[in-house]
Design a binder for this molecule. Structure first.
Ligand code: FES
Length: 274
């Protein structure tokens, strides 16, 4: 664990990955080059941005495939966070890697649920066909790792494929088989976008998948959950909009005046009435 900045410097690509989240530095205090006399001080006029530490680490991992000492130095300076804290967060998460790692990685969950569904034999198969866990394979373009729970225990055994780079991508392999994980990693190492059968089995997650009557989960698998514009395009907030319009049209109607009708929106209703 580094208590001080080291002499390692970030590459241009690493700087780019950090600046994507934080914006370009505007002064020496916000991360532009410092001279030897003030290079290890941690004080800035910037507001505290400690909460951006994980998003920044994710960005480097997604673009570069691992977190180098130079990249961690740059993060510490940009966020005005002690290097030891940056290192402790970066070393806590299994999917953030602190050693040079090939850009394409396969993470096979060997936690309890997946273990009961054959994860060990998947790992043994990879060991035979691709080599030891963590070692470069497929012409140095890929590596495989064991992983703690990936959060899809009901789809066990599960694996995750990640491809680092400017257009980073990742996908889950649910109900993984020896053939599906190897085919997906090979496809990923060749620059493919993932084989079709690797997608999560939506019909098993959501028995009513595709049914027009489905309300609450109807956007799952159809819309990027991180994109608000897509949510709005698919009638996101539409029910709330209609309810607000009805309230504004006649705040005193029996239905609209009844707080039970508004449930969690009752405070909004009262505010709109004033
Ligand atoms: S135990 Fe494998 S996804 Fe949870």
């Amino acid at each position: 664990m580094e208590l001080h900045l080291t002499s390692d410097t970030a590459t241009q690509d690493e700087n780019f990955a950090v600046d994507l989240v934080l914006g370009a530095p505007t002064s020496q205090w916000t991360g532009s080059p410092r001279d030897a006399s003030n290079g290890e001080q941690f004080s800035s006029a910037e507001p505290n941005r400690r909460h951006l530490l994980l998003p920044v680490l994710h960005s480097i991992q997604a673009h570069i495939g691992w977190l180098s000492p130079g990249a961690l130095n740059y993060v510490a300076v940009r966020l005005d966070v002690p290097p030891a804290e940056v290192h402790s967060v970066a070393s806590f998460y299994d999917l953030l890697r602190l050693q040079p790692t090939p850009p394409n990685t396969l993470h096979v969950c060997d936690d309890i649920a997946c273990r009961t569904k054959g994860a060990e034999s998947l790992c043994a198969g990879l060991d035979k066909s691709l080599g030891k866990e963590g070692m470069p394979c497929l012409d140095g373009k890929a590596a495989w790792f064991r992983s703690p729970c990936l959060g899809l225990c009901d789809q066990a055994p599960v694996a995750l494929v990640k491809s680092a780079g400017k257009s980073a991508k990742e996908w889950v392999i649910a109900r993984a088989t020896s053939a599906s994980i190897q085919n997906n990693l090979q496809d990923c190492a060749k620059g493919g976008a993932g084989l079709k059968e690797s997608q999560p089995l939506l019909r098993e997650f959501i028995p009513q998948f595709g049914n027009p009557q489905l309300r609450l989960l109807r956007r799952v698998g159809q819309v990027d959950p991180t994109n608000l514009q897509e949510y709005l395009r698919t009638e996101g907030y539409e029910a709330l909009r209609r309810a607000m319009l009805a309230y504004l049209a006649d705040p005193s109607s029996d239905e609209n005046a009844n707080p039970a009708y508004w449930g969690p929106f009752s405070v909004v209703g009262e505010g709109a009435a004033k």
